[in-house]
Design a protein around this ligand. Structure first.
Ligand code: GAL
Length: 665
């Protein structure tokens, strides 16, 4: 396993480098990631390259037998370039230039920027292709961070017209497919198509958008594809230089503007940046983080790295909560449990200048190793004891949640009811499954379903007959499918398909939706096989046709009508959830469904605040048990196990210290 840190030698006097590397080595850190923002230092003037400083840190690292992740520095285009070619800057949707002063100030569709990027990437590739210590390359840094996937400049406008022309061939076809008859929006030519920016009706704070939803979805896809093309250019340049080691990019967890299921195919492995102490949204940080880990594993269906792993308090203009002692270790175990086999802590030492002066790392500003350094060192020691297991085992799941960027973009634009939040629904369902002590994959519809017993499609709205057919085959051969409200309703052009709901999935579910209620924050009561439940956000009113009713509404104008149904298809089952539930509600329902489907829990006793994930190697199962709480917990074990890290036998009730972990088998 890779165990390292993100290092910025250019921020420190060279006289300090040796001490830094010595301390890293002493802490068991064997890898550094470097150079991702150092363009202005590598190419201080156009065409004048200076790799001297980088060579010196690389050879010093080699003298400590350390490995290197080398980065292309394109996330921070230098000022000389921006002054010479201001057309590279992004424009926001009001036409304002998103100027110099931070980073990522470039447009992915700028032909000029493409050329300059090629030159710097090629210069690096040529220079570093033979360095054996470089074990991987990271391209750029967090594509799209700071809301930079979507740009509204004239280069984007031209590129969007071209993208649309390639897709639709002729403008009549586009007008027809996207429904431009509405409000008489017919475009006379591809050149005249606008970028869906500021217009008369938009009222962002109230969440009102007026653009044609099909055009908007195409724009989201186009913007995501533009990043794809830019990134592929870098892969090609490096490969043409003769670089053979793996190439990756650092993805972001709760980030939705880039179709990572597409982008992943350029890389040998996925890596991502994990900051549990600043997890976003209305969720508890660790549940959001475990969802994100499972998404990352799902992009390539294999192990991944955490390229930036939280190792201290974070912040730009103010500081977020300092990790409690023990939390860095806990979060590291969590990453490994979910499938990471590379951990690089961000950052080695907090900077004394610049925007991120408050963003801490393993050391403090004064460069003195203290508690966090010791914690990282201990964590590394422990992980080395189970290195072989981390290498040989992987996360195997019998259940998956289907995710889709098209749906993310469509649901976010026209969100059905006031509090509808696609990501929250996916996240809640995922967490509900984890609460059962089951591993859960988060994947897209291209996945081979045959490796699962249960497939859950929350709000799978943009879909097709092909999807329905794939699910039918899966069910016929014994699989269990769960489909929810707001599924099967839209085609690939983001248009409502006009079929009786749930549209493409109607036959499969054996029901029809005869009405619906966008209930927002006014829950409805439901009663059924798992007792009483509260339905949130949305309620479909169903005619059960040939399916069995397993829960029904007990209030609302649809009191007494079905809320959850089960249909038999071949050897399998298709369940329909007509309403949204909370985590406990989903957990109860999925406990019933997964036990009927014969899924095996990794551990029986469910303890609140404790996360369990299993890594398997053949028939051997290694259970990672992680106490997310600042208080001790007691985990009942149904048999005797060996705890691997401490190499002791455990049985009965196992005590875990605050933020404590155990790996048992
Ligand atoms: C990440 C980014 C790093 C650094 C860090 C702290 O998102 O990749 O470069 O900025 O956040 O802000």
């Amino acid at each position: 396993m890779i165990f390292g840190t993100d290092y910025y030698p250019e921020h420190w006097p060279e006289t300090r480098w040796d001490e830094d590397l010595r301390l890293m080595k002493e802490a068991g850190l064997d890898t550094i990631r470097i150079a991702e923002f150092a363009w202005s230092i590598m190419e201080p003037e156009e065409g004048i390259f200076d790799f001297g400083w980088l060579d010196r840190i690389v050879s010093l690292a080699e003298s400590y037998s350390m490995k290197i992740v080398m980065c292309t520095p394109t996330a921070a285009p230098p000022k000389w370039l921006m002054d010479k070619h201001p057309e590279i800057y992004q424009k926001d949707e009001y036409g304002n230039v998103r100027g110099f002063g931070s980073r990522r100030h470039y447009c992915f569709n700028s032909p000029v920027f493409m050329e300059y990027s090629k030159k710097i990437v090629k210069a690096m590739g040529d220079h570093y292709k033979d360095f054996k210590s470089i074990i991987a390359w990271q391209l750029d840094n967090e594509y799209g961070c700071h809301n930079t996937v979507r740009c509204y400049c004239s280069d984007c406008s031209k590129a969007f017209s071209k993208w649309l022309e390639e897709k639709y061939s002729n403008i009549e076809n586009m007008n027809e497919k996207l429904g431009m008859a509405f409000w008489g929006q017919h475009y006379p030519s591809f050149e005249s198509v606008i970028l869906p920016a500021h217009t008369t009706c938009d009222n962002k704070p109230a969440g009102m958008y007026a653009h044609n939803p099909g055009l908007y979805l195409d724009y989201c896809r186009f913007a995501s594809d533009s990043v794809y093309d830019y990134s592929l250019m870098q892969v090609d340049v490096l490969r043409n230089c003769g670089i053979e080691v793996p190439i990756t990019h650092n993805f972001m967890g709760s980030f939705f503007d880039l179709d990572y299921y597409k982008l992943q195919d350029q890389f040998e492995f996925i890596s991502w940046d994990c900051y549990p102490n600043i997890a976003h949204g209305p969720f508890s940080s660790l549940s959001e983080v475990s969802f994100n880990h499972d998404k990352m594993r799902g992009y390539k269906n294999k192990k991944y790295w955490v390229m930036e792993h939280c190792s201290g308090q974070n912040g730009w203009n103010y500081m977020h909560k300092t990790p409690d002692p023990g939390q860095i270790r806990l979060w590291t175990y969590q990453s490994v449990a979910h499938g990471a086999d590379g951990i690089l802590y961000f950052r080695w030492r907090p900077c004394l200048f610049g925007t991120e002066q408050y963003w801490h790392g393993i050391l403090d500003h004064d460069g003195i190793p203290r508690q966090r350094y010791e914690e990282v060192k201990e964590t590394g020691k422990e992980l080395r004891r189970i290195d072989r297991i981390i290498d040989e085992s992987e996360v195997v799941s019998e259940i998956c949640v289907i995710n889709s960027f098209d749906n993310e973009w469509s649901h976010t634009y026209q969100k059905h009811s006031e509090n509808f939040d696609y990501n929250k629904i996916l996240h809640t369902v995922h967490n509900a499954i984890l609460d059962l002590g089951l591993n859960c994959d988060v994947v897209d519809m291209n996945i081979d379903l045959s490796k699962y017993k249960v497939v859950v499609l929350p709000a799978y709205n943009i879909s097709s007959d092909k999807d329905a057919e794939k699910l039918r085959k899966f069910a016929e051969s014994g699989g269990t499918v769960v489909i929810t409200f707001r599924s099967g309703n839209r085609d690939e052009f983001n248009k409502i398909n006009g079929f009786t709901l749930p549209g493409y999935f109607k036959e499969l579910c054996g029901i029809e939706v005869i009405n619906y209620d966008a209930i927002g924050e006014n829950p409805r009561k439901v009663s059924g096989i798992t007792g009483e439940l509260l339905a949130n956000t949305w309620c479909d009113v169903l005619n059960p046709l040939e399916s069995n009713v397993i829960a029904e509404y007990t209030d609302g104008f649809y009191k007494g009508s079905p809320c959850i149904t089960r249909n038999s298809i071949g050897k399998g089952s298709v369940y329909y959830f007509a309403a949204d539930f909370d985590r406990e509600g989903y957990s109860g329902l999925l406990e019933h469904i997964t036990s009927v489907a014969g899924l095996e829990k990794c551990i029986q006793g469910r303890v609140r605040g404790v996360e369990t994930v299993v890594r398997s190697s053949g028939s051997e199962k290694y259970i990672f048990i992680m106490n997310q709480l600042p208080t001790p917990v007691y985990v009942p074990l149904e048999r005797k196990y060996t705890e691997l890290v401490e190499n002791r036998s455990v049985s009965g009730t196992m005590r875990l210290e605050p933020y404590g972990t155990a790996v048992i088998y």
